[in-house]
Design a protein around this ligand. Sequence first.
Ligand code: S3P
Length: 425
Amino acid sequence: MKFSKSVPLKGELTIPGDKSISHRAVMLGAISSGTTCVTNFLRGADCLSTISCFRKMGIFVEETPDEILIRGKGLHGLSAPDSVLDVGNSGTTMRLLSGILAGQNFSSELTGDASIRKRPMKRIITPLSLMGASIESIPGNGCAPLSIQGMPLSGIHYQSPVSSAQVKSCVLLAGLYADSTTRVTEPYVSRNHSEIMLRSFGADLITEGTTVSIQPDPKLQGQKVDVPGDISSAAYFIAAGLLIPGSEILIKNVGVNPTRDGILRVCRSMGADLSLLNEKEQCGEPTADILVKYSSLKGTVIEGEIIPALIDELPVIAVMAAFAEGTTVIRDAQELRVKESDRLDIIVHHLKAMGADVTPTEDGMLIHGGTSLSGAVLDSHMDHRIAMSFAIAGMAAEGETEILDSECVEISYPGFYEDLKKLSQ
Ligand code: S3P
């Protein structure tokens, strides 16, 4: 896919449903009683992987044009899959599902694509083993494929070394099958969609600072879930609106949960003209329309507590920083090395290929903005967020940018290129 300097982007856009919330709706729907009806479900490849795993465990999931219906079978209603569960590219599916599988009365095996088989699973093997689960990395390197023998679990208090919603959610879901209270403490608060949704399905959870406790064996009841738009997908249009002169975009119905809104805070500190309109709550999640107007940006510092609240947006934030005046410092972002690709290495490589002045560090980078960027041929490394971030860079830079393997956006945003095109017409 090729990109060149764009005309101003103007108009309204409704972006697809939140990926994290869509996954969780299927998972909780499957282990609840009754039917869960999900509207604005994200039909990206990752969430479809979650549906396909639950279908293999006997859950009936009906897809209509407007909604997804999950016929739940209760906490103990899953059946043993007759083949390996394939999560595709989805870390959320693998890590959250492992928590559920650890407490079943059957064994299972989980695998996925080449990227997921390189990602660290020790971070869930450790706490699940402490709960008494039998879970191992089949290749013995802490990575998938994973083999899980379900069994009764014990409640623990797990001090997670990483701020990761996938680790936290994995332990909380296993906690549903434990014999006593399960607690997770993380260094900084990560996205709390699991907590919000578990509560609305009837689980007993308490959040105190960076610790969440869950009681076992609740009566979970299927719900109606109307998924807010994904702020991680909105991020590309926020960046495009800010970077392309003359742009003004209204992005409708975006989830602005404070555990996810780091990009808004960073944009404001860079001098962005952003306003939140029509603020509401939808299924316990705050939402708003985001009005973004072209702005001249300045550098900022991004570190510490805010990192989990913008972890998936750092690639596109780095792109914005390259066009901003002054230096942007990104620290404490070592988690980016273990995402769908080593995003720190790839961001630095691609920004340099476009002519930016970037210095890599172990846990981030320094971006000296303001140099003029020019087009380049850039490999997405099959990482959806890299493809979308550098598509935006290509629309703000001089010359032509080509993104290789650009179709990987299917993972989280199937209509991404079409939506970009609509705004430029
Ligand atoms: C997610 C949590 C984050 C995020 C991922 C989705 C989730 O991962 O990067 O895209 O749905 O819980 P970590 O928990 O590994 O930080």
